[in-house]
Design a protein around this ligand. Sequence first.
Ligand code: FES
Length: 67
Amino acid sequence: MIICQCNVLSCIQLKSATERLSACDPLCIVTPGAVFRACGARPQCGSCMLNVTEVIVGAMQQRQQLD
Ligand code: FES
């Protein structure tokens, strides 16, 4: 499912970027901006931020459950 229409970023891409960032540095705070950069994109209209944040939180919770 596409989460960011402006950059055509899917839930899977955002989740994967979140996992990569948190795997590189388990203590880092994964922000939407960092996830966009990891996807090679920049926020444009910003209307997807709430959904992007929800994907990040979900991925981080999943990671914590696995650790
Ligand atoms: S929908 Fe994501 S920046 Fe516009």
